[in-house]
Ligand binder design. Structure first.
Ligand SMILES: Nc1nc2c(ncn2[C@@H]2O[C@H](COP(=O)(O)OP(=O)(O)OP(=O)(O)O)[C@@H](O)[C@H]2O)c(=O)[nH]1
Length: 304
């Protein structure tokens, strides 16, 4: 069964037991006996909800929530404080630090269950919304918004690790003519097929494709140098050719794509927007050179 995960944090063993006995029929329970363990387990398991004690030795619950909210990987996990500290100030402080709820000990079991259920439902809805906000509805691949996040993330990672990053802009050729001749619905279907074909060529878990807009797509290939990226790109072009979507133009019988790529090799101080501009300039050249081709920037940016 696809259970949601709840991380319970308390330095008292007996409290851990009470809470986990209360919840374990409905959710997958993970336990942490200290603030430090809570942070490590939150990062490792990415739970759907954290039940957090406040008074603990060394690292207290307020320190833990601050840490969780600062880390991108754990910042959106909802946290409920479960504490014997009953005064309003602590409760307000908990909410100020980003808690979604505050349960006072000693607690009513049924109330804890109900509140956990509510916050897990909200967490599920938030995840769904997040997913929908990042997906292009026509092609079911990532949208431009997700691409921006991904590019920034991978850019920072590659700069930090001094690793290359390749970016490829892809545009369907003569797509206006395609729509005019075969109809908008056929155009939509072709877009969807091209998107799936591109996605099917990505072998590494970190490789990424998005619909950039209209009939344009973009690939982000982290930790991938120019030679490796060119192999991926050739596969993409061949995969679209293999779809054999009829599109009779002066250039040929089937629908084709043009591609422009650029690679940045590690720490070079360039902004990710520039890499995007350079890939886009290469795409423009591919169009100028007659379409149905790949143009890759000769120089990597370190040499610029
Ligand atoms: N069916 C469909 N067409 C779209 C969609 N988004 C953009 N288009 C069409 O894509 C076409 C793009 O046309 P242009 O920008 O002139 O480019 P092109 O005809 O492909 O020419 P080149 O890029 O120069 O080869 C336009 O006719 C848009 O209406 C979509 O979601 N569905």
């Amino acid at each position: 069964m696809n259970h949601q995960t709840v991380l319970i944090v308390d330095d008292e063993k007996s409290n851990l037991k009470i809470l986990s006995d209360l919840l374990r029929d409905d959710v997958r329970v993970i336990l942490a006996k200290s603030g430090e363990q809570a942070i490590a387990k939150a990062e490792q398991y990415r739970p759907d909800l954290v039940l957090l004690d406040i008074v603990m030795p060394k690292m207290n619950g307020f320190d833990v929530i601050q840490h969780l909210k600062q880390q991108a990987s754990t910042s959106t996990i909802p946290v409920i404080f479960v504490s014997a500290l009953g005064d309003t100030d602590n409760e307000v402080r908990g909410f100020d630090l980003g808690a979604c709820d505050y349960i006072q000990k000693p607690f009513q079991s049924s109330l804890v269950r109900a509140r956990v259920k509510l916050h897990l439902q909200l967490a599920k809805q938030r995840l769904l919304l997040e997913k929908l906000a990042n997906i292009d509805p026509l092609t079911a691949i990532a949208n431009r918004r997700k691409f921006s996040d991904k590019l920034q993330l991978e850019w920072a990672r590659c700069q930090h690790d001094d690793r290359p990053l390749s970016l490829v802009m892809i545009d369907i050729d003569y797509f206006k003519q395609f729509n005019d001749r075969y109809g908008h619905a056929a155009g939509d279907e072709a877009l969807s097929k091209v998107a799936q074909a591109l996605e099917g060529q990505l072998e590494r878990g970190t490789d990424f494709v998005a619909r950039y807009g209209g009939e344009e797509f973009v690939l982000v290939l982290p930790d991938t140098d120019q030679n490796e990226a060119q192999e991926v790109v050739e596969r993409c072009r061949a995969a679209v050719d293999a779809l054999k979507i009829r599109h009779e133009t002066a250039g040929g019988e089937f629908l084709t794509i043009s591609l422009g790529g650029a690679t940045c090799s590690g720490r070079d101080g360039e902004a990710h927007e520039q890499l995007l501009q350079r890939a886009d300039a290469m795409l423009y050249q591919a169009k100028q050179q007659g379409r149905d081709c790949v143009v890759w920037e000769e120089e990597v940016c370190q040499q610029r």
